[in-house]
Design a protein around this ligand. Sequence first.
Ligand code: GLY
Length: 372
Amino acid sequence: MAVIPVALAGRAYEVVIEEGLLGRLAGAAAPFLKGYGPGRPVPFVADTNTHRLFAEGIDAHLAAAGLAADWFVVEPGEDAKSWAGLEELCDWLLGLGVTRSDHVFALGGGVVGDLVGFACAILKRGVGFVQLPTTLLAQVDSSVGGKTAINTPAGKNLIGAFHQPSLVLIDPLVLGTLPDREMRAGFAEVIKYGLLGDAAFFAWLEANGEKVLTREPAALEHAIATSIAMKARIVAADERETQDLRALLNLGHTFGHALEAETGFSDRLLHGEAVALGMVLAAKYSARRGEISADDASRAQAAIAAAGVPAKLIDLRLDCDGAVLVDHMRHDKKAEATTLPFLLLRALGEAYVARDVDLADIAAFLDQELAG
Ligand code: GLY
């Protein structure tokens, strides 16, 4: 078991990681279940997959604790993070009579967490919520840190708010039913923590990645806890991403966003897969600038390839050139008025924000990578 505090003044909370936590929910989340009872059910939001897999167990567990759940179930996928989905969820929560001292429970991946978090941010000017992340990606990244959002036709996550959860309960056992491809995509975000700020963790992942991917309990908990501990430190120091610190968590995301945009934000390239390839490109571009060695860039690429996620741009077989990818980057919400910050590497385990990158050089670099 690991308990990791997120030390935000006035909004501090804990991330608890323990096998079987979902089956002990009533005890683990007791302070956030006050006010609920058999006649006043706890609002749970899930997608059809997490509802099918876990709702029955949660219902039985809550009943034994003298509680009941009321479920709002969305279709899996980004479409749920829409204005219409938000409206429906807010209306449902209002219909339940949720108050500002209540907590809403989000059981799912990043989509459910982002949607619930944003609904709770605006409902009655702020209702509490508890994150129960069910994908590796949500467990190591999106469930912690309070970034909540929906999508619009203009882009992903463009409408949102910082709204911290009151508690994050991570049960690694739920990953037992996660499709392998999603597990690998989430693992890319774990590698991200090693590359951006912890060389020893990166080396540990090189040696133990397979154990994490096969869900060996001790390795999995160590990987999740180390990732969350770093994220918690960063969020506590730079909650609103104003000091070039939280921005480090975007390693691989600027290149990755362009690849997601070019592939239509579709199943052709999952978010974690785009970040994986984005990190390879960031490492190779750092080597091109002479900031890390070509050997270090190859080491980063090998670790990502070993995780079974895309590690070579040519393999995506994109029908575009580097200039088109750069154009996608300009529409990234992290773009500034006149510049585009890039997350690059000074070493394996040390990322930094570069603001002097020439976009024409990025396009030329991408042309080379697209050609292999
Ligand atoms: N996923 C990046 C962040 O939470 O800041």
